[in-house]
Write a protein that binds this ligand. Structure first.
Ligand code: PLP
Length: 371
């Protein structure tokens, strides 16, 4: 048996007629740039997440860049961000001259350690960029307490967090909707992924929304009139049409992911060499990535590959040890939890259309490796 890490073709086969109709509907009308389907999708995301406003952009990285720019995360501003995350969570700060101030992460949840973050606040700290990684959100209650106390803007990197909710002030709020801005990525492997790149900025603040909408079209609110120096970063209409279909099946997709995760947990629970991901009490998780911590990780990874099981290492190198961030002056040993995670994490295949037999084969193979 071969188990792919991810396979988009199975979902396409399942809903082929719906996808084909959505795609040909765009081509037939020619509304390729910010067509009706983009607006429909923005409205559908608002409805699903509870956001007041949503602006579709070209990808999640651009969503971070645009939101950072609007929040003034630049020109020497210090922004707290986790050291264990995808590169874009920090490059959006560094590229326009802001200073990413890295924070260690929590051993169980892999998300930003808010106590560590608070200890790194200086007179130059302007913002905080928590990342909701793999399964659940960062501790947004503590994040907002810190932000309010120190007057910091909050940009939530919810690129991986579509569907995740967390208890905040007595209510379950969708990821990305507690801070000033939140961003989603619709990269194909994401829980809500397109057939190419796509991203979105969400907010409950109308002024921020108007800016985001203008920044994605060169900073103009009226054609050829530019209030800001913006970007060319629009969600493609074809992607929006595809994402509308995917969003209509999202609850089923999330449920199937949860079933696979439960099966993995059952299969792997007695293996002493493996630590399973821990969900904190306040979170309604979505199993975007099922990442275990494994002893002899690289040997296990090679073994699974030899059995034609797809795996992935998110993330092999923490951001403070990336060559491009050498100038920030960090060194090995500065972030012990993140560094340990980089040597032990291993993501297993997880997408809705996996079969029970495939998950079972992965679990049994891991058992066999440690025997
Ligand atoms: C945490 C995080 N932030 C940002 C991004 C960037 O999103 P995109 O790939 O759509 O540019 C990703 C996606 O890979 C991500 O996982």
């Amino acid at each position: 048996m071969k188990v792919p890490f991810y396979d988009a073709t199975r979902e396409y086969a399942l809903y082929k007629a719906e996808f084909d109709k959505a795609i040909s509907g765009v081509i037939a009308t020619g509304g390729f740039i910010l067509g009706k389907q983009v607006q429909d999708f923005e409205e559908a995301v608002c409805k699903y997440t509870g956001a007041k406003y949503a602006a579709g952009v070209a990808n999640g990285s651009d969503a971070l860049v645009i939101a950072s720019d609007i929040l003034d995360f630049k020109n020497g501003a210090e922004i707290l961000t986790p050291v264990f995350t995808f590169f874009a969570s920090a490059s959006c700060i560094a590229r326009p001259g802001g200073k990413p101030v890295f924070c260690d992460v929590d051993e169980d949840t892999y998300c930003m350690d808010m106590r560590d973050a608070e200890n790194r606040i200086t007179g130059k700290t302007k913002g905080i960029l928590p990342v909701h990684l793999f399964l659940q959100t960062a501790d947004m209650t503590m994040c907002m307490e810190i932000a309010e106390k120190h007057h910091l803007a909050v940009l939530e990197d919810a690129a991986e967090a579509f569907g995740m909710r967390t208890l905040y002030k007595g209510e379950h709020k969708h990821a990305g909707l507690i801070g000033d801005f939140g961003v989603f990525s619709f990269f194909p492997t994401k829980t809500l992924g397109g057939y190419g790149d796509g991203g979105m900025i969400v907010t409950n603040n109308e002024e921020l929304y108007q800016k985001a909408k203008s920044y994605r079209v060169h900073g103009s609110s009226k054609k050829y009139h530019h209030d800001h120096i913006g970007y060319n970063s629009r969600l493609d209409t074809l992607q929006a049409a595809i994402l509308n279909v995917k969003l209509s099946h999202i609850d089923t997709a999330i449920q199937k992911r949860a079933e696979h995760a439960t099966q993995y947990r059952e299969l792997l629970k007695d293996i002493a060499e493996i630590k399973l991901p821990v969900i904190t009490q306040n979170n309604k998780e979505v199993n975007y990535v099922f990442c275990i911590q494994a002893e002899r990780r690289d040997a296990l990874d090679n073994y699974l590959k030899s059995k034609e099981i797809g795996t992935s290492i998110y993330y092999p190198v923490p951001l403070h040890l990336q060559k491009c961030f050498e100038y920030l002056g960090y060194k090995k040993g500065d972030f012990p939890v993140a560094e340990r995670l980089c040597g032990t994490v291993l993501a297993l295949p997880l997408f809705p259309e996996l079969t029970e037999d495939e998950v079972s084969f992965v679990g049994e193979s891991i058992k066999a490796f440690y025997k």
